[in-house]
Design a protein around this ligand. Structure first.
Ligand code: FAD
Length: 305
């Protein structure tokens, strides 16, 4: 069945198609089972064609950016997984930076710097793609995608192209209309500012990079902050106060360096991650009456025992 579907997908002349592709290779946590069908989209048109194909064959489609905010369960993902990382052009004209969805937001930030444009400094250490950053309204150190995004081109579930302005995207704290309507972002246009010079922009980025390297356990696989910030509080502080740093399940532990992170220290699995996440949520609710909501996305099937 998967084989014949894959043969039909060969109409996508610019894309790479694989079956039973292991997804742990594409996630920052280094966990996750296989995708039935894995497509590395080579063009925007191919991306739209995959969506139409999936609709015709009643197959679910999952989009993957840089895999830095996702835990894919050990049983993998049914249907088609589309990686957008090959769509990674970045162009600049005047104060406008246009990036395809698979471009690293770090590269977009560096390109802005090279052109003496300010606005994307906050993103200089966020390891996601531009599409993933829009999807999550990624942010750091007081800045977020919402502050400089102008509009995006996306494809809807019917395979049709749509353009959404900043207002139409309804970006909130780690939320967007891209999530609720299962759109796929193919490119994003950012409006930046030329009112700072290169040295000032670089100084801000260097400062943020140093903060990140000092505070975050970047030496281990992780998915960044596991939980959203609860109102009036910090997830990391609550986890630290509960004495959970270093708590380990299987090969995954609450980071000793940054309590908001969970690091894969010894061949941990997605199921280790999920168990640890539930343990931390339960403990924090019992101890402080605070509900921790996940920031990281968990998708796919559990491994059948
Ligand atoms: P993925 O993990 O690949 O996917 C995340 C979600 O976005 C999935 O549901 C996926 O389906 C969807 N998606 C991806 N691309 C598209 C697309 N083109 N169209 C539609 N949907 C799409 N986040 C912050 O906000 N701030 C930080 O400071 C920060 N620091 C981090 C530090 C570390 C060490 C790590 C590992 C992560 C950090 N993150 C941070 C989390 C993560 O980098 C961001 O959420 C990032 O925006 C995710 O992008 P991605 O391409 O990796 O998305």
């Amino acid at each position: 069945m998967t084989y014949s579907l894959t043969r039909s997908l060969k109409i996508l002349t610019s894309s790479i198609i694989k079956t039973d592709e292991q997804l742990y290779k594409y996630t920052y946590t280094e966990t996750g089972g296989a995708a039935d069908i894995y497509v590395e989209a080579g063009t925007i048109e191919d991306t739209a064609a995959v969506i139409k194909f999936a609709k015709e064959h009643n197959l679910p489609v999952t989009y993957l950016g840089n895999g830095s905010n996702i835990i894919i369960r050990d049983g993998g993902i049914r249907g088609i997984v589309v990686s957008l990382l090959e769509l990674n052009d970045i162009t600049v004209a005047d104060n406008t930076l246009i990036a395809e969805s698979g471009a690293a937001i770090i590269d977009a930030s560096q390109t802005a710097l090279q052109h003496g444009l300010s606005g994307l400094e906050f993103a200089c250490g966020i390891p996601g793609s531009v599409g993933g950053a829009v999807y999550m309204n990624a942010g750091a150190y007081g800045g977020e995608v919402k502050d400089c995004l102008k509009h995006v081109t996306a494809i809807n579930e019917m395979g049709d192209f749509v353009t959404l302005t900043l207002d139409e995207l309804e970006l909130g704290y780690r939320t967007s209309r891209v999530q609720t309507e299962h759109l796929v972002v193919v490119s994003a246009e950012f409006e930046l500012s030329a009112d700072k010079d290169y040295a000032d922009i670089k100084a801000v980025m260097d400062d943020l990079t140093e903060k990140r390297e000092t505070k975050q356990p970047l030496e281990y696989p992780s998915c960044g902050s596991v939980f959203q910030r609860p109102p009036g509080n910090f997830a990391g502080k609550l986890i630290q106060d509960a004495g959970l740093q270093g708590h380990r399940i299987g090969g995954v532990e609450v980071s000793k360096k940054h309590a908001g992170f969970m690091v894969n220290v010894d061949d941990g699995t997605a199921s280790d991650y999920e168990e640890l996440i539930h343990h931390v949520q339960d403990t924090i609710q019992e101890r402080f009456g605070v509900v921790l909501h996940r920031e990281v996305r968990i998708i796919g099937d559990k491994l059948e025992k």
